[in-house]
Ligand binder design. Structure first.
Ligand SMILES: C[S@@+](CC[C@H](N)C(=O)[O-])C[C@H]1O[C@@H](n2cnc3c(N)ncnc32)[C@H](O)[C@@H]1O
Length: 207
């Protein structure tokens, strides 16, 4: 884990927190909101953990019967999620925390999940290993993520554009997230390709 890189990403999200929902509105209208509804249907309790909760866009879709803990390392993004939960009358336990070093005991959650987070975590394999550590054996990982396309030309194009994307948004567009999930010790169960293979909905199990 690189502390300077981590601090730089956190600062960028803090800086953009005010505009985040506005910037994301076209994408949400396009299809993200529908994907979120579908992806959150797979959350199982009794306890679940969302990492990189951001401004809390998944909160309206949390299953009522599941106790959700939601973390983010950007205090300003997190504050917006807290306010959203209050507006919606949803009880969520929020913590400011880095997914690369989670302060939870081993095997404390039944489901761990994230949407559009592992493109900006400085050490994604470390973050995914942490999720595996805190997930109970047989528990599930749910991810909605954009990543590097597999085809030769598009993959190379995303590699070439990545430095610009990182400078502008802080997010990498060429992460090999499926490989990273396997490297972190998860067993892949579902890989659903949305928007060709740039966005994928993934379910994996621990153990
Ligand atoms: C692109 S936003 C997505 C937010 C939200 N999940 C959504 O779907 O709208 C990425 C979020 O991940 C958080 N994040 C990035 N790296 C993180 C890390 N290492 N630990 C915790 N949160 C992180 C950022 O602060 C930001 O809120």
């Amino acid at each position: 884990m690189n502390p300077r890189e981590t601090a730089a990403v956190r600062r960028r999200y803090d800086r953009n927190a005010r505009f985040y929902d506005l910037m994301e509105q076209p994408a949400e209208r396009y299809r993200f909101a529908a994907w979120r509804r579908r992806f959150t249907q797979r959350i199982r309790g009794p306890r679940a953990l969302e990492v990189g909760v951001g401004t809390g866009k998944n909160i309206p879709c949390y299953p009522r019967e599941v106790d959700v803990v939601a973390v983010d390392f950007s205090p300003r993004m997190l504050l917006r999620a807290v306010r959203r939960a209050e507006r919606l009358g949803r009880e969520v336990a929020f913590c400011e925390m880095d997914v690369q070093a989670l302060a939870f005991a081993d095997q404390s959650f039944d489901t761990v999940f994230a949407a559009f987070v592992f493109c900006s975590v400085p050490d994604p394999v470390r973050g995914l290993r942490e999720l595996r550590r805190v997930c109970r054996p047989g528990g599930r990982l749910l991810l909605l993520e954009h990543m590097r396309p597999e085809s030769g030309f598009r993959g190379r194009l995303f590699d070439a554009l990545n430095p610009l994307a990182v400078r502008m948004t802080g997010a990498n567009i060429n992460r090999r997230t499926v490989e990273n999930i396997r490297r972190a010790g998860w067993r892949m169960r579902v890989e659903d390709r949305l928007a060709k293979d740039v966005v994928r909905w993934i379910e994996a199990t621990a153990g």
